[in-house]
Write a protein that binds this ligand. Structure first.
Ligand SMILES: Nc1ncnc2c1ncn2[C@@H]1O[C@H](COP(=O)(O)OP(=O)(O)OP(=O)(O)O)[C@@H](O)[C@H]1O
Ligand SMILES: [Mg+2]
Length: 482
């Protein structure tokens, strides 16, 4: 039990439960975080699929309890539900209703002290009550509720700010991961995935839909691409559909969770579900200049000797013969994998010549920047190989708004204006991203190099005067209001 699902993260574990909902023919899947006060206490995955019949539920709770799978099914090993759940939570409750059958439930607690595979039978009335809660999707005909308690990755903090931050970060990661993993299924089948948060005292908050995130959805194609390279594998052929994004893009499809650079390489799909997003599996080393290269490969499970999917269905591991087989692959016009990689690199060089190369290099953004702003600056501008520039708050002894500290490469902001600029919201190390981004664009260059001239000095005086007046105005408006 302990060993199961060790490669899971919260996102991949939830994707495994969504697999089951999809296999059950659900048209709606809800992922719900449950919050009591400042604590996150549990997680639900609810679907309106066909449910589990009373005489099937014990098999469903069994490890390796495989059923007969059909050609469309995402299930394969008979471990997903258990491995995913126990990688994240110490308690798993399954409540389900199949059409024409009473609701049934089982609960399995790792902390019960038992070392065997028995689980508790949940009373039918409790199962029915859980199924009939206000899920915003109907499970009255049939459906399944998976409930996790004692979830280990959830923060137990008294600081509501921290919990909110965790939730917004986690929900946005999940939207990205599920959107990417199920992008084909979301786009082509009748199914919706939604994430929300229930606050025990005050009810359910905003619904966050999961939108498909297609890593191959570029706006226009380069002439001649994509190309299909055929790999000879003996009995079944394998196609590598080699795509080249025409240029970098700000679209989430290009950016992808984890960053575009890490997402170059191979994308393995099985039955419409993405198993593995990026990486070259021994074909080539990762290289920033190969960012535009993404290869789509449809597989049906393992291909002996070439690759195998892990039980978490979050990776495909290629064997040593895979790279050799790919090296021999050819497109109809004779294109090889090396030609493809070269074409992708050339596309990158040409696209970059048009933009960033013409821009003046800047200091890397350091402390105080929102990670997304930092990434944006790094993507848009060439960087000087120097210490980064920080923009941070501190207490001043004057009422000036700025302090230019070239020694520590820090642009200090006077904390006396912080509350007003936040408009009453809580701050954090990376707060006021708009203000900091503007200051970076305005003043970054006075921090560069060993010396600065009269012109820089004059600019700094000017910014100081105008911005201090602006900050004071901001503060008096804020104080008048509160
Ligand atoms: N949401 C659900 N709706 C209906 N049946 C479900 C649901 N979740 C699980 N089951 C049943 O429980 C069984 C066990 O699920 P589990 O995820 O452990 O294995 P699997 O999906 O068969 O294979 P894999 O290990 O590849 O995921 C499933 O085969 C299915 O019959
Ligand atoms: Mg499964």
């Amino acid at each position: 039990m302990d060993a199961l699902g060790r490669n899971h993260s919260l996102e991949t574990a939830l994707a495994d439960l969504v697999d089951n909902s999809i296999d059950a023919g659900a048209t709606k899947v809800l992922v719900r975080f449950v919050q009591r006060g400042t604590r996150l206490v549990g997680l639900y995955v609810v679907d309106n699929g066909r449910g589990i019949e009373p005489d099937r539920i014990d098999a469903a709770m069994t490890i390796g309890g495989q059923r007969t799978y059909t050609g469309e099914d995402l299930g394969h090993f008979g471990v997903g539900l258990k491995a995913a759940s126990f990688s994240q939570a110490a308690s798993l409750t399954v409540l389900s209703r199949a059409a024409g059958h009473p609701a049934v439930g089982r609960r399995w607690q790792l902390t019960s002290g038992r070392r065997d595979f028995t689980c508790e039978i949940v009373p039918g009335t409790f199962a029915a009550a859980e199924l009939d809660r206000n899920w915003m999707l109907s499970t009255s005909a049939s459906g399944t509720v998976i409930r996790w308690d004692q979830v280990n990755g959830l923060p137990s903090s008294n600081d509501p700010e921290q919990v909110d931050e965790f939730l917004s970060r986690t929900i946005s990661h999940l939207q990205g991961h599920l959107g990417l993993t199920f992008h084909r299924i979301l786009a082509h089948r009748n199914i919706q995935i939604v994430i929300d948060v229930e606050e025990v005292a005050s009810g359910v908050g905003v619904r966050h839909p999961v939108a498909p995130l297609d890593p191959f959805a570029y706006p226009d194609t380069l002439l001649g691409w994509p190309k299909d390279l055929k790999v000879q594998t003996g009995e079944t052929g394998l196609l590598l559909r080699c795509h080249i994004w025409p240029r970098r893009s700000n679209s989430p499809e290009y950016r992808l969770p984890g960053g575009a650079e890490a997402r170059q390489g191979l994308y393995f799909y099985r039955r419409g579900r993405l198993l593995h997003a990026g990486g070259w599996e021994g074909i080539h080393a990762p290289d920033p200049r190969l960012q535009l290269a993404r290869v789509c490969i449809d597989i049906d499970g393992d291909t002996a000797g070439l690759f195998a999917m892990n039980p978490e269905k979050s990776r495909v591991s290629a064997g040593p013969r895979f790279a050799q087989a790919v090296a021999k692959a050819r497109a109809e016009d004779g294109t090889t994998i090396t030609d493809y990689l070269q074409a992708a690199e050339t596309a990158w060089v040409i696209a970059n010549r048009r933009t960033t190369a013409r821009r003046k290099a800047v200091l890397p953004p350091g402390k105080g920047f929102h990670p997304k702003v930092s990434r944006e600056i790094r993507d848009e501008l060439p960087l000087l190989p120097e210490e980064p520039l920080n923009i941070q708050w501190k207490r001043f002894t004057t009422d000036a708004f700025l302090e230019f500290d070239r020694g520590t490469r820090t642009l200090w902001l006077n904390r006396a204006y912080r509350q007003a600029l936040l408009g009453g919201r809580r701050g954090g190390g990376n707060d006021v991203p708009v203000l900091k981004a503007l200051l970076f664009l305005l003043a970054e260059n006075v921090f560069e190099g060993a010396h600065f001239g009269a012109r820089d000095k004059d600019n700094m005086d000017l910014w100081q005067e105008v911005l201090t007046t602006a900050a004071k105005a901001e503060r008096s408006t804020f104080e008048a209001r509160s």
